[in-house]
Design a protein around this ligand. Structure first.
Ligand SMILES: NC(=O)c1ccc[n+]([C@@H]2O[C@H](COP(=O)([O-])OP(=O)(O)OC[C@H]3O[C@@H](n4cnc5c(N)ncnc54)[C@H](OP(=O)(O)O)[C@@H]3O)[C@@H](O)[C@H]2O)c1
Length: 229
């Protein structure tokens, strides 16, 4: 069955792999969103991928989303994969660091969902929010990640609240708290660190989850990690 899938943060890392994996099924129509449209241009050779510039760090995320979605009759899957990681000692975090982390990782995600819900409400859809193990209660925490990990905890909480508000509809929402995956973000934040999984492996799991998990779960916050706890 034809599925319309929106992937936010599609220009590199896990999001880029998600586009490659989910576009293999030619029935799927993929909307690949990110700021760096130059990187997205590679996808122009795939007939079932549309690329759109999209910046979560603005005051007009909802309006931008609504414009991108205006010609789509329905959205089946929205993957809120984009993320911003600031790694700085707590006292060195500027107001801008804090605001940008929350704008991209929380407010932008919520406004993207506001833009997408009208396209999901009749036919149903799966919203998958990508959080982090750092935002999962009780896990090992890392110094320098207070802006990032608290914002990822907020995304997890948002998932539960959205699930409650939409529990009597066909919209399902879940949150994946990822452990480390080998991407540009990880390399920039922790140079030399070797993650146990590649961006492609993590994207394979997320792709399968996005296509199927809404049949079995709603409002769940799921740790996806090989490490303990
Ligand atoms: N890699 C890990 O180990 C790991 C672990 C836990 C959780 N995660 C989470 O997994 C997700 C993907 O991570 P990744 O490692 O693949 O990160 P990445 O390599 O840094 O890619 C992040 C993506 O988000 C997009 N993005 C960043 N700021 C944006 C903005 N203002 N507006 C729109 N898009 C924006 C980037 O595109 P543009 O720059 O082109 O906009 C890029 O496509 C993130 O939410 C991250 O927090 C990753």
């Amino acid at each position: 069955m034809r599925k319309t899938i929106v992937i936010v943060g599609a220009s590199r890392g896990i999001g880029r792999e998600l586009v490659k994996i989910l576009s293999q099924d030619k029935n799927n129509l993929i909307f690949a969103l990110a700021r760096n449209t130059k990187s997205l241009e590679d996808f122009n050779q795939l007939e079932n991928v549309q690329i759109h510039p999209f910046d979560l760090n603005t005051d007009s995320v909802r309006v931008s989303g609504e414009k991108i979605f205006q010609n789509i009759s329905s959205i089946d899957i929205l993957i809120n994969n984009a993320g911003k990681l600031v790694n700085k000692p707590f006292l060195e975090l500027s107001k801008e660091d804090l605001e940008e982390s929350y704008q991209v990782n929380v407010i932008g995600v919520m406004e993207t969902v506001q833009a997408a819900i009208p396209k999901m409400i009749e036919t149903g859809g799966h919203i998958v929010n990508i959080s982090s193990m750092g935002g999962f209660q009780g896990t090992v925490k890392f110094a320098g990640l207070s802006a990032y990990s608290t914002s990822k905890a907020a995304v997890a909480s948002f998932t539960e609240l959205l699930a409650e508000e939409y529990k009597d509809t066909k919209i399902k929402v879940n949150c994946l708290c990822l452990g480390s995956a080998q991407t540009e973000m990880l390399e920039e934040a922790f140079p030399g660190f070797q993650a146990p999984v590649s961006a492609h492996q993590m994207a394979s799991y997320i792709a399968d989850f996005s296509l199927n998990a809404h049949q079995w779960m709603h409002g769940r916050i799921i740790p996806v990690s090989l490490t303990t706890p």
